[in-house]
Ligand binder design. Structure first.
Ligand code: SF4
Ligand code: SF4
Length: 232
């Protein structure tokens, strides 16, 4: 039954079914569609990039899937419940993100400002007065891209920026993800430690912590060091 569904059971039984969107895959419509399709097909886990916009797109799809689950089962799909939402973090690479931007001086005075209405983060503001700011509030924008296509004058663009993994971890984990996978490699202990220090306060909310490390010389010693660091 859906309410008793536990993805951990699949992991224990060895039939874990996971969608790996990829740590650098940030095509939001595709993330939405893939998450919806794989959830209805019975995936246990949806693994997405550590990007707030990507996480939001996946969560949107999970919400839609929850309304279609019963019908999907009647049609013979494998849907068994809400899969875990997993985020992949790489301890040695800086993730790339997006922010929207536009020059409000170019906005026609009679524009009904659909950009402001559609933004789910209230990140677009229009203020009056010589000192007032109009445009995108950088701290609030998480790069979901919803505002771009609604501007009738195509004034809104995005710019990329890079953030350190340990700096982005709290932002990611405060978004309600169920699981994380840390990608590391032998010799990366200082980077792993920095990332772990940022993640540790959020561990109680996680259902699963996975660590992925390629095989090679000194692997066992490295994994022991990691274990010493993260053991409860
Ligand atoms: S991309 Fe646009 S709609 Fe999305 S959060 Fe940023 S300003 Fe808002
Ligand atoms: S929709 Fe475009 S033109 Fe209209 S207020 Fe927003 S950015 Fe300006």
């Amino acid at each position: 039954m859906t309410e008793l569904y536990d993805p951990l059971h699949s992991l224990r039984e060895g039939d874990w079914f996971k969608l790996i969107c990829g740590a650098s895959f940030q095509h939001l419509p595709a993330v939405r569609s893939l998450t919806l399709a794989y959830t209805l097909a019975g995936a246990d886990c949806i693994d997405v990039a550590a990007d707030p916009a990507v996480i939001s797109a996946a969560k949107d799809a999970l919400q839609v899937a929850s309304t279609m689950g019963n019908e999907a089962k009647q049609r013979g799909f494998g849907f068994c419940g809400r899969p875990w939402l997993m985020v992949s973090l790489n301890d040695g690479e800086d993730p790339h993100f997006r922010k929207a931007e536009f020059d409000s001086d170019l906005c026609p005075g009679d524009c009904p400002r659909p950009c402001e209405k559609i933004c789910p983060a209230q990140a677009i503001t229009f203020q009056n007065g010589s000192e007032a700011y109009s445009g995108v509030l950088d701290q609030r924008c998480y790069g979901c891209g919803r505002c771009l296509p609604v501007c009738p004058h195509q004034l809104i663009t995005t710019r990329s920026y890079v953030s350190a993994p340990f700096a982005i971890a709290p932002l990611i984990l405060s978004n309600g993800v169920d699981a994380i996978e840390i990608h590391t490699k032998v010799g990366n202990l200082p980077d792993f430690k920095r990332l772990w220090n940022a993640i540790a306060p959020w561990c109680a909310q996680l259902k699963l912590l996975a660590i992925s490390c390629p095989d090679g010389k000194d692997l066992i010693d490295y994994l022991k060091e990691i274990y010493q660091l993260i053991q409860p």
